[in-house]
Write a new protein. Structure first.
Length: 57
């Protein structure tokens, strides 16, 4: 993400085994933008790993 909280790129690190669930996780990240801004004492670009957990009914 960049300093303003916009996601620059995203990938699935550990796939769920379901294309639809993996795509939903990426879509959720897009909808969550902008993320909170990066504090001034941090680099301009930050790499994050965000766990996503789904419960199917």
């Amino acid at each position: 993400m960049n300093r303003t909280g916009m996601v620059l790129s995203s990938v699935i690190v550990k796939k769920s085994g379901s294309f639809d669930l993996d795509q939903a996780a990426l879509d959720t990240l897009k909808r969550a933008q902008p993320l909170p801004a990066i504090p001034a004492d941090r680099p301009d670009v930050v790499e994050l790993t965000i766990p996503v957990e789904y419960n199917l009914r």
